[in-house]
Design a protein around this ligand. Structure first.
Ligand SMILES: O=C(O)CCC(=O)C(=O)O
Ligand SMILES: [Fe+2]
Length: 327
């Protein structure tokens, strides 16, 4: 009994949340130290002076990237929130960090075919609180400008919109979570582990980030993992029953004018890479657990109408707008 009370007390203390200070370490940190202190236990960290000497930090601007994209014929790779260039794109402008290379060769890492991402954001752009799908972790290099990050531990996930990886919490309403708040400055590289929610505000006139992303194949059983794993299994089931998916999606579109977020997952998991991830890197889930997940998510549908703007609030990024004006 006393043991149980002590356990509950410890749990409630844990749930109080806390604001932690992120560590800054040199980029030449020994690999085994990075692995044991940060990669294995999903702890975020900033690697300083990663990109200070790169040509990219001096050369890259929205205009320069647009011109280079035109030259390489990759204009169609520019998505609505970021773009995923091929591995050769402007390779001479940066030095692939040894640390990232070693992590990508790690046995717990699945390197994706699209492993580079470039973000371009104007001043005051806000990326709403979300986590990246399919256990993606990232090394996020700030090439130009500064960004303000709020990140939340997967041990204390914030409330989510049903069936999505977007949270309804804002920085003012984030209570009882373990979080870090910091500014990522040009030249620094952030390691953001899987399932950490992040909200990112762009501070300068032009903000450019280069990411190296991969999937972590063995994940810690935290609350965010349990939910994501169940949603992943649900997406796999739905991808096998297009009729049910179309029915639910049709209803969703009627009500909210948008496709179900899980549609993105379904597309990802019906492709070779996604299927591999879904089958190999997730845990099995009983039918009862899936039903419970659906009921739980449905019970929170009332949150959607007032929070739909969160999903829509990703601005179309400036490159896309610049390309449109070319046509
Ligand atoms: O930089 C941003 O605004 C968003 C970054 C992000 O969501 C990511 O790197 O996954
Ligand atoms: Fe993200």
């Amino acid at each position: 009994m006393a043991f149980q009370i002590a356990k509950n007390f410890k749990k409630s203390q844990k749930n109080k949340g806390s604001l932690l200070e992120i560590k800054r370490v040199p980029i030449d940190i020994p690999f085994h130290v990075f692995n044991s202190s940060y990669f294995q236990n999903d702890t975020p960290v900033i690697l300083v002076h990663t990109a200070s000497d790169w040509k990219a930090t001096k050369k890259w601007s929205f205009e320069y990237l647009l011109q280079e994209l035109k030259k390489s014929g990759d204009l169609d790779k520019v998505g609505s929130v970021c773009f995923e260039p091929n591995d050769e794109f402007l390779k001479e402008d940066y030095i692939f960090p040894d640390l990232v290379k070693q992590i990508q060769e790690h046995h717990q890492c699945f390197t994706r075919s699209a492993s580079l991402r470039i973000w371009l954001n104007k001043k005051n752009h806000v990326t709403p609180l979300h986590y990246d799908s399919s256990y993606k972790f990232g090394f996020n290099v700030q090439i130009k400008g500064n960004k303000r990050w709020t990140i939340v531990s997967p041990e204390t996930p914030p409330p989510f919109l049903p069936f999505t990886r977007f949270s309804i919490a804002d920085s003012d309403t984030l209570h009882g979570v373990i979080q870090y708040n910091f500014t990522l400055c040009a030249g620094e590289m952030l390691f953001i582990p899987p399932l950490w929610c992040h909200r990112v505000v762009s501070i300068d006139e032009e903000n450019i980030n280069l990411n190296f992303v991969a999937t972590k194949t063995e994940n810690n059983e935290n609350p965010a993992f349990i939910r994501e794993n169940e949603l992943m299994k649900l997406a796999i089931q739905l991808s096998k029953s297009p009729t049910i998916y179309n029915l639910v999606n049709g209803l969703h579109q009627k009500l909210f004018g948008e496709e179900l977020e899980i549609g993105e997952m379904i597309r990802e998991y019906s492709q070779v890479e996604g299927t591999k991830m879904a089958n190999n890197f997730s845990h099995s889930v009983s039918t009862w657990t899936l039903v419970r997940r659906v009921l739980y998510e449905l019970a929170h549908l009332y949150l959607v109408p007032n929070n739909m703007h969160l999903i829509k609030s990703y601005d179309t990024h400036p490159l896309r707008t610049m390309i449109k004006s070319l046509n």
